[in-house]
Design a protein around this ligand. Structure first.
Ligand code: GDP
Length: 388
């Protein structure tokens, strides 16, 4: 009997010893980054892994399979992005900026010349009301001003364009978590093809660059590729994506995303939505439901409407449907790199009565910039004529 007890004790001791050796190796091996962890976490995971590789011992001959840890990208800082991306506005710069400056510096500014200036502004999609105002103010100022050097004209034009962009508008993004720890909720809406999903991915990078933790919700369940696209964007910066099966109820995916965001205590949940303009009432019902369901867990802090700058005034007309369905708090104007109609920023803000908060200036991951009227106008006018 004593031998039996001794044998059992020995077997238990052996099992405990083996377990103690194996378990830490597993923990250090393939732990995926926690949801929404910032880029710095990569270093931690890699270090754990390095420590966990067995150097000797009885099990060293059979190393545990180590899953590859994704290398997280470190997005570019958001401050000054518009300045860095100013060359992307080349098309708008040559028509709007350089064209206008050329016209304004003519020797004679008669009615015909002013009509040309007006046409240039209209062609750049500045919009009728804003164009009228800008031209009137420029006419008055050039009359008062005796000498018209290139530098003075540039400064004057810059003033008027900045004034038309409503420089005092609140363009901040409400993306900080609430005092009770709940994450901020950002809903992203817009017509399909405008760059909505891409914008969600780029926005996740903007937030990560600013030190936030992010979770993405793939509530565009009608476009098969959208959830994959979003998951890939998120994985690059360590942001988890909550998704449902194809065709799932967008509202339930959005709800699950926010719940997961609350549980994992991320700072911000960004929810992508479908923008099928099948019928106006269908779209409004769907978006309205997503918003109502989200609000069961807390208010939606920011509703961003994505607009494609290359669609010009048509895009603005379509966008109205969204502003009727949800309370849009800001506009993201994408594809400004692909248009000569940079003036659309002015008309969009005026027509929809809300500020442009972010602009898309390319297909690169960090080609989304916070919108700053002064930097934008400076980029539009280019280097001609010196500083404003
Ligand atoms: P969604 O259907 O609205 O979700 O559109 P996607 O996000 O799939 O984007 C549609 C296309 O627009 C993609 O090829 C994007 O790379 C492209 N896109 C998005 N934003 C920009 C931008 O700022 N500039 C350019 N040139 N392309 C963009």
């Amino acid at each position: 009997m004593e031998y039996v007890i001794l044998a059992i004790v020995l077997v238990v001791a052996l099992v405990v010893a083996v377990a103690a050796f194996v378990v830490p190796r597993r923990r250090g091996g393939a732990v995926p980054p926690a949801p929404g962890q910032p880029a710095e976490r990569t270093g931690t995971v890699a270090l754990e892994q390095a420590v966990a590789v067995p150097s000797a011992g009885p099990l060293a001959a059979e190393p545990m399979p180590v899953e590859p840890v994704p290398v997280l990208e470190v997005p570019e800082p958001t401050a000054g992005r518009l300045v860095r991306l100013r060359a992307r506005l080349a098309q708008s710069q040559s028509t709007l900026g350089r064209g206008l400056l050329g016209m304004l510096s003519r020797d004679r500014l008669d009615d015909e010349a002013w009509e040309e200036i007006e046409d240039a502004l209209l062609q750049a999609d500045v919009g009728v009301a804003a164009t009228g105002q800008i031209v009137e103010r420029l006419r008055t100022r050039t009359k008062v001003l005796g000498t018209r050097s290139q530098g003075e004209l540039r400064a004057m034009l810059a003033d008027e364009l900045v004034a038309a962009l409503d420089p005092g508008a609140d363009r901040s993004l409400r993306t900080l978590p609430h005092s009770d720890g709940r994450p901020a909720i950002v809903l992203v809406v817009g017509v399909n093809g405008t760059g909505k999903t891409t914008t969600c991915g780029k926005l996740a990078r903007v937030l990560v660059a600013d030190g936030r933790t992010v979770l993405l919700g793939a509530a565009d369940t009608f476009r098969a590729a959208a959830a994959d696209q979003l998951t890939t964007w998120g994985a690059r910066v360590g942001a988890d994506t909550v998704r449902g099966p194809e065709g799932a109820d967008p509202a339930s995916v959005a709800f699950d995303a926010v719940r997961a965001g609350i549980e994992s205590r991320v700072d911000t949940v960004v929810v992508d939505t479908a923008g099928r303009l099948h019928t106006k009432s269908g779209l409004m019902d769907e978006l309205g439901k997503v918003k109502r369901v989200l609000e069961k867990q807390g208010p939606v802090d920011e509703t961003l409407l994505v607009l494609d700058a290359t669609t010009g005034q048509n895009g603005v007309v379509q966008a109205r449907v969204f502003t009727e369905a949800v309370d849009v708090t800001g506009i993201v104007l994408t594809k400004l790199d692909g248009t000569a109609k940079g003036g659309i920023v002015i008309s969009v803000q005026r027509d929809l009565g809300m500020p442009v908060k972010l602009v898309g200036l390319g297909e690169g991951p960090d080609d989304l910039a916070p919108f700053e009227p002064e930097a934008f106008v400076d980029a539009l006018l280019g280097e001609t004529g010196g500083a404003a």
